[in-house]
Design a protein around this ligand. Sequence first.
Ligand code: 13P
Ligand code: SF4
Length: 383
Amino acid sequence: MGEVLNNWENGRWIGQTLEVENGVCAVPSKAGIKDLEYNDEVKEATDHLYDEVSDFIPKFEWPAYAPLVHAINTLKKEKNAVILAHNYMTPDIFSLIGDFKGDSLGLAIEATKTKADIIVQAGVHFMAETSKILCPDKTVLIPSMRAGCSLASSITGEDVKLIKQRYPGVPIVTYVNTSADVKAESDICCTSSNAVQVVESLGVDKVIMLPDEFLAKNVANQTDVEVIAWHGRCEVHARFSAQDVRDMRAANPGVVVLAHPECPPEVVEESDFTGSTKAMSDYVGDHKPNNVILLTECSMSDNVAMANPDVDFVRPCNLCPHMKRITLENIHECLRDEVHEVKVPKSMQKKALRAVQRMIDLPPPAEKGHFDPLAAHKPIKVI
Ligand code: 13P
Ligand code: SF4
């Protein structure tokens, strides 16, 4: 076993590290990669995979990808490991090495089902922590400890304790995009695919919903339950505006616009459909629009386009610098050396598990997480 990183600093739980390094993409370590070569064995093992990614990887670059893909797929078998790949992973990761692919809820459910000894989370740190919370006896690895999230870093467990003092008895609904210490202080978790359902499942007339202000506002517009929000934002989705949507429609007549519920409510109102990353992907597969825009992270359109070659994608998008820290190179390194293990202290894990499991135990959402764009906007309190 190699280096183990846990997330404590001077005796205080810091959850995750959020440094951004000169722009958006992580610089992967090249350690060990020089030993990988494109030989006959690699060619035979990987040639059949190329077609899937031929729109994204030029043929002449394939010999640079194939040895890594082969090495990762071989290591997975040797070590009984699985790769849980979020919809925002680049197509090489998503298509060529991901064993389970999906949205935050889907990946969390897969973590509970897998018989693997090692989970490699091809996603951001809070997703890996969620897997560890659900599978404390498995080894959970994340290829880059710096794959954070602006929402997760907007709030700490200490903040939640103070909120509970200020609003005694009001249930805390916490988006999974949070660190384990925040989940541990919460009554129940939610994801973008079940947020309205979770809020309504509590049978109360008021909830506190943390930490995404826009998700909370979008949920409040869909329910009679009063929602109090925190002021966190997703740095990717907060950048889309209603004017962007109007401009895109003017430039692309007839285009169908799909948005993620981390977008501002005005964007949801201007869009044809709003739902989780899986709900957006399902919408394209089910409705086969001629022309579609996904208002979300850039790799999502690439991955959905691969499954729907007959649909045209207009691609305005915003990169998530944290998701883009995960690369084939660092997945290989982390699995080969079993480094960057995600750990959650036992007492925190047990408390956080209650909130995550309570969400997972709900029946699947009936409406595929859809947010009605025509719902009236309600003013809500943001603390
Ligand atoms: P989903 O749960 O919809 O996949 O969203 C995760 C996320 O980080 C969106 O920004
Ligand atoms: Fe966090 Fe937004 Fe990136 Fe998702 S897209 S991981 S919510 S910063």
